[in-house]
Design a protein around this ligand. Structure first.
Ligand SMILES: Cc1cc2nc3c(=O)[nH]c(=O)nc-3n(C[C@H](O)[C@H](O)[C@H](O)COP(=O)(O)O)c2cc1C
Length: 384
């Protein structure tokens, strides 16, 4: 058993419950919620868990390895840490905690453009191994500068996002004043006073800010002005022309995140991208959308030999990673799970969560009699 694993919290649900007690309600709801009525959020996990796997008990078995190669890099497990905006609001220094844990366990960490630590800091922590997720600036100069900084920080893989053409409608965030422009209410301050550990750490580390963007922001913006700055600086909608421009400039690998149908997957291939993450932003954008396992199955079948197909949204366990890979994903990502771990256990949260997921996946592989994660599809029970 890994020294990083803390037996008091053997599931993501344990970490989620502990996180509720440790952080202010507005921060927890920002992390935990989906959009509208949270239908897509719950459907992601529920439909994924319809996938069933077949074990073999009498076959020869030489041990299971979780190692896998992605874009020429060997990782210790087929799961990465998805980009999360405003991580430091959920737990102070969460970005750094998770980047360090990813480095220690040799899995990829992806930094969001709107994370609370900058690309240079995370590049140093991860020895240039972190991935970077780009939101789409209105001005090409800003895109080019961010690309240059990512390149200088050693980023091997650029992730471009297509599933936020507009802000998701998130009732909790609207109620809590966290939609754009953000607004701190008396209610939020009362919630902060109820969580002294979070409050003291936030005081010590300073108010979370969009660290990647501070070089471009006028100093001393209030919340209203910040909202306006973000609105003017970024446009959500991605298109082929923008992708082509980025492809011409970025010499490393490019992954399109947020793919939800076969046509967009085909377009990614046509535009010369290297990978896609089939994702619906963890159910935060389109409540009427389908669970990400369904487009994953279709896309992997049709295009899995032409582009690297990965999945996120709804995965919470080692068996979920196995279900996704058996369904055709070459690699998986998780967002909330790592953040629940960090909010619950602070500095130890990233290491614990990764160690736990590795143990769970290892157990599934041994149970199935599956030696390599690439062989998981041969254990899929097909219902067609
Ligand atoms: C609080 C929160 C903030 C997020 N911020 C970003 C972001 O800045 N950029 C991005 O590409 N995805 C963002 N996502 C989506 C995640 O990268 C990922 O797709 C999603 O969390 C996966 O679903 P899961 O949480 O069920 O694992 C965010 C998700 C959450 C929960």
């Amino acid at each position: 058993m890994s020294n990083d694993f803390i037996p008091a919290y053997p599931s993501i649900d344990d970490l989620r419950k502990k996180a509720i007690r440790r952080i202010p309600r507005f921060a927890f709801e920002y992390l935990d919620g989906g959009c509208n009525e949270n239908i897509n959020l719950h459907r992601n996990t529920a439909d994924l868990r319809e996938v069933q796997l077949l074990p073999h008990y009498l076959r020869d078995f030489n041990g299971a390895s979780l190692k896998t190669e992605l874009f020429g890099i060997e990782y210790d497990a087929p799961v990465g840490i998805s980009p999360i905006g405003l991580q430091g609001l959920i737990w102070p220094n969460a970005t750094e905690i998770l980047a360090k844990a990813a480095m220690k366990h040799n899995i990829p960490f992806c930094l969001s453009t709107v994370a609370t630590s900058d690309i240079e800091t995370v590049g140093k922590i991860t020895d240039g191994k972190a991935w970077f997720q780009l939101y789409h600036p209105t001005e090409n100069d800003l895109t080019d500068d961010l690309l240059k900084r990512a390149h200088n920080a050693g980023v091997p893989v650029l992730v471009i996002l297509c599933d936020v053409p507009t802000f998701g409608f998130r009732p909790n965030d609207i109620r809590n004043g966290l939609a754009m422009p953000p607004k701190m209410s008396i209610r939020n301050f009362i919630q902060i006073f109820g969580k002294p550990n979070w409050a003291l750490r936030t005081l010590f580390n300073g108010q979370p800010e969009f660290a990647n963007l501070t070089p471009y922001m006028p100093k001393g913006l209030d919340m209203q002005q910040l909202g306006k700055f973000m609105d003017q600086t970024f446009t959500g909608r991605l298109n082929a022309a923008k992708i082509e421009r980025i492809r011409e400039r970025w010499k490393g690998k490019i992954v399109l995140k947020g793919v939800a149908n076969e046509a967009d997957a085909a377009e990614a291939i046509r535009l010369g991208l290297d990978g896609i993450i089939v994702s619906n932003h963890g159910g935060r954008q389109l409540d009427a959308g389908e669970a990400s396992i369904h487009p994953l199955q279709r896309i992997a079948k049709k295009y899995g030999d032409q582009i690297v197909v990965m999945q996120d949204s709804g995965l919470r366990t080692g068996p979920d990673i196995a279900r996704s890979m058996a369904s055709g994903a070459k690699f998986t990502w998780m967002g909330r799970s790592f953040m629940y771990g960090t909010a619950a256990l602070g500095d130890k949260g990233g290491n614990h969560t990764i160690a736990m997921l590795k143990m769970q996946l290892q157990q599934v592989m041994e149970q199935l009699c599956c030696e390599r994660v690439e062989d998981l599809p041969s254990h899929l029970i097909s219902r067609e």
